[in-house]
Design a binder for this molecule. Sequence first.
Ligand SMILES: Nc1ncnc2c1ncn2[C@@H]1O[C@H](COP(=O)(O)OP(=O)(O)O)[C@@H](O)[C@H]1O
Ligand SMILES: [Mg+2]
Length: 269
Amino acid sequence: MSAEPKPTRVLAVANQKGGVGKTTTAINLATALLAVGERVLLVDADPQGNASTGLGVSRALRRKTLYDVLMDNLPATEAAIATTLPGLDLLPAEPDLSGVEVELGQTPRRSYRLRDALAPIRAARTYNYVLIDCPPALSLLTVNAMTASDAVLVPLQCEFFALEGLTQLMRTIELVRGSLNPTLEIQGVVLTMYDRRNSLSSQVAQDVRAHFGELVYETQIPRNVRISEAPSFGKPALIYDLKCAGSQAYVQLARELVGRERARLRAAG
Ligand SMILES: Nc1ncnc2c1ncn2[C@@H]1O[C@H](COP(=O)(O)OP(=O)(O)O)[C@@H](O)[C@H]1O
Ligand SMILES: [Mg+2]
C-alpha cells in the first residue's frame, strides 16, 4: 500500500431552501466521517454562522473567518481552527460574510474565490473531506461553493413542498457545470426529518426516490428531538447523544457516502 494520502474530496451541502437540514447534515456528517476515520474540514459558508455555533465555536473565537479568506486573500489554513474534536477543523463564518455578495461585485474570478482559496488545502491533502455548509440561497456564495466542489450533497426535508425549487437547484448545478466547474457531480440526495408516523413523510420519500432514483441515499435521517437539541449545547448530535436514532442515521449516511466514493474511485480505475 502506498503512503500517499488520497486526494481531498470537497462536497457542497446545498439547497436554497432554509430549514431543510443543511447545517445539521454538515455538522453531523462531518462528525460521522471523523468517526469512521476520515479527517474533515467544515467550511461555514453561511453568514448566519450556524455551523460555527453548532460546533461550539463562539463568536469570540472566530478571529479570522471565511470573509477574510474570500475578501482579503487570507490563506484558508490560517482561518481554519481546530474544534474540540481531533481531526475536525472549522473555517468559521460571521454575519459580515453576507457582504461578499455585494463587495465582490463584478471582480474577475469572483465565482472562483473559494476554489482558489481551497487549492492549497487540496494540494496538502491534510483532509479527506471538506464539507461546505451553504446559505439558503442560490447566491454568489453558493455558486462559489459549487465551483470549489467535486460534488453536491442535497438535503431534502420530507415535507409537502420538498421537490419544489429543486428544478432551480438542478439548473444552477447545470449552469455551474456548463461554465465554472465542468466536473461537478451530485454525491447524493439525503432525505431529512423523516417521520415514520406521518404518512406524508413516506409519500414524499417515495416521490423523491421515484424522481431521483439511485441518487437518493438509502439512509433517511429521522426527525429526532436530540438532533435539534444538540446545537444549543455547541455539540454535534453524535457527541451529545451517539445512541439516538438521528446520530446513528448520520453514521450510516457517512458509511454510504464513503462507499459511493470508493465505488467512484474503482470505476475511475
Ligand atoms: N433530523 C432532525 N430532527 C429534528 N430536527 C431537525 C433535524 N434536522 C434538522 N432539524 C432542525 O431543523 C431546523 C433546521 O435545520 P438546519 O440544519 O438549520 O437547516 P438549514 O441549514 O437547511 O437551514 C433546526 O432547528 C434543526 O435543529
Ligand atoms: Mg443552515
